[in-house]
Design a protein around this ligand. Structure first.
Ligand code: FES
Length: 172
């Protein structure tokens, strides 16, 4: 791959993630149903599935690009848009909704200045809604990457976001 793609991605053959992607492809190549785990691995590496990566996988697995587009657009776990470093998933399942996750979403949107489904301009946060995450006893619940935050109130939102912003400044 060269970094001269028409889209906004900027990958080159020197990108270490390409070497990792090659390893994943090698592991699954020739196996039935290899496409999903390869796409999954690629998304883990890049954070999303830009067109250039899809083309690379199509060529490496010898699969028509249209088939890859079809799979990527069918499964909601795949995304073609860059996502934030911190993926906030607020549960909008019944137990959480009854306990106020709607208002929490409103406050998250205000605090982050984005709508559900969007990513902040600094690339730090992506805000998503999701169905029951199986922690109804902690409702209302949200996750930030793998971290679960339960029994939230709408007023907790500013300090929650502040914690992750602070973490970021400490790491950089
Ligand atoms: S409804 Fe939110 S965790 Fe079950």
């Amino acid at each position: 791959m060269k970094g001269n793609c028409q889209c906004t991605c900027d990958f080159s053959n020197e990108d270490p993630r390409i070497k990792e992607l090659e390893k994943i492809i090698e592991e699954y190549k020739g196996q039935e149903g290899s496409l999903i785990p390869v796409l999954h691995g690629a998304q883990e590496l890049f954070g999303y599935l830009p067109e250039e990566v899809q083309i690379y996988i199509a060529q490496a697995l010898n699969i028509p690009l249209s088939e890859i587009y079809g799979v990527v657009s069918f499964y909601s776990l795949f995304t073609t848009e860059p996502r934030g470093k911190y993926i906030i998933k607020l549960c909008l399942g019944t137990a959480c909704y009854v306990k106020g996750s709607g208002k929490i979403m409103e406050n998250l949107e205000k605090e982050l200045n984005i709508k559900m489904g969007e990513t902040t301009e600094d690339g730090l946060f992506t805000l998503e809604g999701c169905r029951c995450v199986g922690a109804c006893g902690l409702a209302p619940v949200l996750t930030v990457n793998e971290q679960v935050h339960g029994r939230l109130s709408p007023d907790d939102v500013p300090s929650l976001i502040r914690t992750y912003r602070l973490k970021e400044t400490q790491e950089s």
